[in-house]
Design a protein around this ligand. Structure first.
Ligand code: AMP
Length: 988
């Protein structure tokens, strides 16, 4: 092989081309090329200065398509300064451009005798101009973009010696202002072949979303999103103005609003297309066209509804989706049962209901007389019919019957009647010619007697009563007897007695004294019973006197005195229990769990959070849960923040016979009201109930002197959101997961205690010098009043919209599951290094987008598992969100298997909700104790562990993951005296 480094480079480049994969290059649709050297098959005509520097050569790519490349390899000579400048590249509408370089670079060690002269980098530069300056070229005007080095100079592939690797590097430049620019490549003595140069910018490409089209949009160079209004596609209407945001990465985000296809049109491949013949759509919306229902048709495309076939109809209120129907056939099997001058008619449903269920029946009554000579209408002679008299009674009625029976009364005795029974449905009135009925003809019999109306009481005693009555006004024949029915009024006819009497009087015996009775009488003739009389009430006489025998009086006396004694005893017990309860309320917080606990059923043995508001005197709650400190033990050093009630300072606390510790001191500013003092101290009453390494620890309170203070452990790195923003992209994945695990563990503890935080957000997490995160900012309603992120909702109260679960926003359903939603947002904040959730979208847009199912996209480089966890936390159905215990165990698995963090989430694909089901065996175990320690970079922690014989992270995590955190907490005070704002970072 030729030893000249330059020819070696070229040969190797060609060899490399041969092993490249052979498929055509497809650029992402959101990248617009401004320059692609591979696309040019003739000379590129770039300027090379001096001429013995960069040289343009021809090669072939993997498809044997000629390409133009540049190379330089003056590695043997000192002081190289070889420039290669592209042609003028018009900027078009781009603000930020990307330069993608593919190149090979020789490793100096592989070239003999070049020590001292050979370099392994080259420089990329640019110059903005408003016009093409031709061959005019001035080095000093170019601005350096970056020094480009190879990722790897060589692969391991054995090809006699070694083979060069094709490197790809991308650099961003912007914002661009002038009309165009040049790129330049400055070589200072390397052996490099520039295989291809591609210059592009990103845009959000034309797209149709929710039936609205969005034009090609070039993003802004700054961090902000561009809001773009969409226009409804043809044959659609806006339901709500469609909008989307174009991100700096050329991605469309947060589709809001939508368009709906007009009636007669349906959505097909992002367009509104006419319904096919035989189909229809009557409303605006994105549902599909429906097939014409039975007995209807549509011959044309784009039908709004289908017409009915012949003899089929649609009633006024019938929906377009309903089949066309017709009137029912006649009722069947009519049976009449004649009872004197009334008749019961019964029939069956029609055989054909016409396709409807709204069937009713109408009975028409006709009185028919025989005409002509035969004289017997019922025996087949001609009948002349006329409508019945209006006093004929129908029970329940004559029209609109839902049941298949009717009783017709008050007919004339010995008379012919014809009843026509018609079944009707909702379309009967539309087709009068199609109506059918069934008819039945009857002849009535003798009429029954009319009711007895006059009843008299003749004689009453304690056990009997004598009654008499008048014969009915219309006996309609000879009265055979009377039926007398009576019963105790109290018993309401549940048991009664029936007697029969031939005459118009009766004596009822065996009655109870002093009792009210009801009685009814009806007469019977050969035609049957007449109707009953109205109820007649009578009372028997009372017993003569109230007498108690000697034995009975004793029983009564005993009963009365027992009752008095029981009442007295009850009153006494009530007073005693009342006192005991009041006493215990203020003494034993655990016994108050029935009053609160957020509806959770708590297990015995697990401590439960006690709401300080349940104390009549809140200062009693403070002293129950917080230690009173003497102000002389506290030294205030400096102000570190501002709270709602006053300043937050750092300082030191030195308790007798204890080591001095660093503390944060929250003060209550002067001039406070009683309520402010109560609310201020409520936070201490809550915090004082918690004891967990990931919950901010309360040291005590000062309430007996002024200023009133709350003293907590000191968190050197302040709140998590600003801490992350300050250290953008500076942590390893494992460090971030470690922080998240701490927050989840603190939240698990709070939810086990029955405490719902309601304002979990990165700004309410504090970070100490060992990167341990602790949940803080406890309070009651005031938590939200205090939070600048909280906004008023339509229902009143203030809520930090971006962090809050939809059900908590909509109807204030705050639970540990809504805390889990907020945890998902914190997870997103952490992985995006303190980015504001939903960026600058308005709260209203956030509520709407979340409601429509939109979820935040994965932050840059976010591991897929963590993004899946976020999506799990943002399940709409709150019971499907992971419990904090599950979150802790998922994060523990990640810590044990840091390899899993390398798979990053793809912005475009939204994974299904699988993370909770995933078995740990799917995640390859790669972690070692050293990795974990290096990840955490907590020296004291590492040292603390080195004394213990844990061999791997797995063993450690299985033994007790909590101990990792606990150990860090244990070492915190030792590092405390040296704290400086920057200390936390230097130890990272
Ligand atoms: P807060 O009223 O709890 O929201 O606190 C206001 C600010 O004071 C926070 O954003 C922190 O920057 C700071 N701060 C509060 N508590 C502590 C603490 N324990 N250690 C260090 N800084 C704190």
């Amino acid at each position: 092989m030729d030893c000249n480094p330059r020819s070696l480079l070229f040969v190797l480049f060609l060899l490399l081309s041969c092993v490249s994969p052979s498929y055509p290059i497809i650029y992402p649709p959101n990248e617009v090329n401004l320059l692609d050297s591979k696309a040019s098959q003739g000379e590129l005509g770039w300027i090379s200065y001096p001429s013995h520097g960069w040289e343009e050569i021809s090669g072939v790519d993997e498809h044997y398509t000629p390409i133009r490349t540049f190379q330089v390899c003056n590695v043997m000579e000192y002081s190289q300064n070889n420039w290669l400048r592209t042609n003028w590249i018009p900027r078009q509408s781009a603000q930020k451009i990307y330069v993608e370089l593919k190149f090979t670079l020789r490793d100096c060690n592989s070239i003999p005798l070049v020590l001292g002269t050979c370099k392994e980098t080259f420089n990329l530069l640019y110059l903005e101009t408003d016009d093409d300056q031709g061959s005019h070229f001035r080095e000093h005007m170019f601005i350096k973009i970056d020094t480009i080095a190879a990722d790897e100079s060589f692969t391991q592939m054995d090809l006699g010696d070694r083979i060069l690797k094709l490197n790809t590097e991308v650099r961003e430049v912007g914002p661009m202002i002038k009309k165009g620019f040049y790129l330049a490549f400055q070589d200072v003595g390397a052996c490099v072949a520039l295989v291809s140069v591609r210059v592009y910018f990103k845009k959000c490409p034309y797209t149709v979303r929710n039936l609205a089209s969005f034009p090609d949009t070039v993003p802004m160079d700054s961090q902000s999103l561009v809001e773009v209004k969409g226009s409804c596609v043809n044959h659609s209407k806006e339901e709500e103005p469609p909008r989307m945001y174009c991100s700096t990465e050329g991605e469309w985000l947060v589709p809001i609003g939508k368009c709906l296809c007009n009636p007669g049109y349906e959505e097909r491949s992002n367009t509104c297309q006419m319904c096919r013949a035989g189909f229809y759509k009557s409303t605006l919306g994105n549902m599909e066209c429906s097939k014409c229902p039975p007995h209807s048709f549509s011959h044309h495309e784009g039908s709004l509804h289908c017409g009915c076939e012949k003899n089929y109809f649609r009633a006024d209120g019938d929906p377009a989706s309903m089949a066309c129907t017709r009137p029912p056939s006649a009722p069947r099997n009519v049976i009449s049962s004649i009872n004197e001058t009334s008749v019961i008619l019964e029939w069956s449903w029609p055989e054909d209901t016409g396709g409807r269920r709204d069937i009713t029946f109408t009975v028409l009554c006709k009185r028919c007389r025989s005409v002509g000579g035969s004289g017997s209408g019922s025996n087949g002679g001609a009948l002349r019919c006329e409508p019945c008299r209006s006093n004929v009674r129908f029970l329940p009625r004559a029209v609109g019957l839902h049941n298949t029976t009717v009783t017709v009364g008050d007919l004339l005795a010995h008379t012919n009647y014809t009843f026509e029974i018609e079944a009707q449905n909702g379309v009967s009135s539309l087709a009068p010619k199609m109506r059918q009925y069934a008819a039945v003809t009857i002849t009535t019999n003798q009429a029954a007697p009319s009711p007895v109306t006059v009843i008299r009481k003749e004689k009453t005693s304690r056990n009997s009563v004598s009654l008499s009555w008048l014969e009915p006004e219309r006996p309609n024949g000879i009265i055979l007897d009377y039926e007398i029915k009576y019963y105790e009024k109290e018993e309401q006819e549940t048991s009664y007695t029936i007697l029969r009497a031939r005459g118009c009087n009766v004596t009822l015996n065996g009655l109870k004294p002093d009792t009210a009775y009801l009685l009814q009488i009806r007469a019977r003739t050969a035609a049957g019973y007449g109707a009953s009389s109205p109820s007649f009430q009578f009372e028997t006489s009372p017993d003569s006197a109230f007498s108690i025998s000697g034995e009975n009086s004793q029983v009564v006396l005993i009963a009365i005195s027992s009752a008095v004694a029981i009442i007295l005893l009850t009153v006494l017990l009530y007073v005693l229990i009342g006192r005991f309860c009041c006493h215990s309320k203020s003494k034993h917080p655990d016994e108050k769990r029935l009053h609160f606990g957020n509806g959770h059923l708590r297990l015995p043995g697990i401590r439960t959070y006690v709401d300080p508001h349940t104390y009549e005197d809140p200062s009693q709650a403070v002293h129950e849960f917080a230690k009173e400190l003497d102000a002389s033990c506290i030294a205030i050093d400096k102000v570190v923040g501002a709270g709602e009630f006053g300043e937050v300072c750092s300082g030191r606390l030195k308790l007798p016979s204890k080591k001095e510790i660093c503390v944060a001191i929250k003060t209550l500013k002067g001039g406070y009201t009683d309520k402010q003092r109560r609310d201020f101290l409520a936070e201490a009453s809550i915090m004082g109930q918690f004891d967990h390494p990931n919950i901010i620890r309360l040291e005590g309170v000062v309430t007996r002197s002024k200023p009133v203070m709350i003293v907590t452990e000191y968190m050197e790195n302040g709140s998590l959101d600003s801490f992350l923003r300050k250290h953008d992209a500076q942590f390893t994945g494992i460090q971030l997961v470690g922080m998240l695990r701490g927050i989840a563990s603190g939240m698990k503890y709070l939810s086990d205690m029955g405490y719902v935080h309601r304002d979990l957000a990165a700004r309410n997490i504090l970070v100490n010098s060992n990167l341990v995160c602790k949940v803080s900012d406890f309070g009651l309603s005031r938590v939200l009043e205090d939070d600048p992120e909280a906004a008023y909702t339509t229902r009143g109260g203030k809520i930090p919209i971006r962090w809050t679960a939809p059900e908590a926003i909509a109807y204030r359903k705050f639970t540990s599951a809504s805390d889990a939603w907020s945890y998902g947002i914190v997870l997103w904040e952490v992985m995006s290094y303190g980015e504001r959730p939903y960026w600058e979208m308005s709260n209203q847009d956030v509520i709407k987008a979340v409601d429509e199912g939109y979820r935040l996209p994965p932050p840059m480089d976010c591991p897929a598992t963590l993004y899946q966890l976020m999506l799990d936390c943002w399940q709409k159905e709150r019971n499907n969100r992971p419990k904090f215990e599950q979150i802790v165990s998922i994060l523990d698995k990640l810590i044990r298997n840091p390899g899993t963090l390398k798979i990053t989430a793809n912005t475009t694909s939204r994974p299904a909700n699988l993370l909770l089901d995933r078995s740990s065996s799917e995640v390859p175990s790669m972690g070692t104790m050293g990795d974990w320690m290096d990840g955490m970079r907590t020296l004291p922690c590492k040292e603390a562990f080195s004394g213990v014989s844990y061999s791997s992270c797995d063993t450690l995590a299985k033994t007790s993951t909590d101990r990792v955190v606990l150990t860090e907490v244990h070492v915190t005070p030792a590092s405390c005296p040296e704290w400086e704002p920057s200390m936390g970072i230097t130890t990272l």
